[in-house]
Design a protein around this ligand. Structure first.
Ligand SMILES: [Zn+2]
Length: 259
């Protein structure tokens, strides 16, 4: 029997719904479960019938709510990662040339992206490397073994083409061995800083006679660093031979090469 006062009836209904919230929810869900396929088919039919309209509506919603839309998109991508990956794989397999062209056209962009990704995930990379240490060492050794001769040729060519880098690494090794500090520097910079003059005899140094003299020798704890080196004739350098003939202070004063 209907209530005489409609407002009262509405209030009573609200009350009832609040009291039986869970029950109503469960019943709705059961109804849905019982007619799932039917409901889905109906929804799909509705979608097909109103496709353009729905698409337009969705588009305008995305435009009006870009942040919410980004969230929805992200959630969807997360839930459908496998599907997305499979689709990309299929597309790549069907059009390998497209992929190649894209990579060629966006090489630098992709490399930068990769680098960013690496830095963002470097802990995972490090953990992976740590977890696969032995396998990695083994496969590297096997690869080196399999390409021994090529490697030797390649390394020799590289060393010939990069004398500067070779000299730096040699000095670094010496410094490490002597247990002293090392700051990388370029010979060319030392030459121009010292105006191509020998720090020991103060005469010009020809290219073939060039050598790097350590003001305080490595053997006495001097660092292999710009502030402790000067350009010198190889002959002058060899005749000096870590001797204390020139006290460090005097040599510093003579060379005037502190930078
Ligand atoms: Zn000299």
């Amino acid at each position: 029997m209907p209530y005489k006062d409609p407002e009262k009836g509405k209030a009573r209904k609200r009350e009832y719904r609040a009291e039986h919230k869970e029950e109503i929810k469960a019943k709705k869900h059961a109804d849905y479960e019982a007619h799932r396929e039917e409901i889905k088919a109906k929804k799909h039919a509705h979608y097909l019938e109103n496709k353009e309209k729905i698409k337009e509506r969705n588009k305008s919603w995305v435009k009006a709510n870009p942040e919410a839309a980004a969230l929805v998109g992200e959630r969807w991508r997360k839930a459908n990662r496998e599907k997305i990956n499979a689709r990309s794989r299929a597309r790549r397999a069907a059009h390998p040339e497209q992929d190649e062209n894209y990579r060629k056209a966006h090489r630098e962009e992709l490399a930068a992206k990769q680098l960013v990704y690496y830095y963002e995930h470097w802990e995972e990379y490090a953990a992976y490397r740590e977890a696969h240490k032995e396998e990695r060492a083994k496969s590297s050794a096997a690869r080196r073994d399999a390409h021994k001769e090529e490697r030797a040729i390649y390394i020799a060519a590289w060393r010939k083409a990069h004398p500067e880098e070779v000299a730096v690494s040699k000095r670094k090794r010496r410094a490490l061995k002597a247990g002293v500090g090392h700051i990388p520097y370029k010979i060319a910079d030392i030459i121009s800083r010292d105006r191509n003059m020998c720090g020991l005899c103060h005469k010009r140094v020809a290219k073939v006679d060039r050598s790097i003299d350590h003001l305080l020798p490595l053997s006495l704890g001097g660092a292999d660093a710009p502030h402790n080196v000067q350009l010198a004739h190889l002959k002058c350098n060899l005749s000096k031979r870590n001797s204390a003939r020139f006290p460090v202070n005097l040599r510093l004063a003579l060379g005037g090469v502190v930078c």
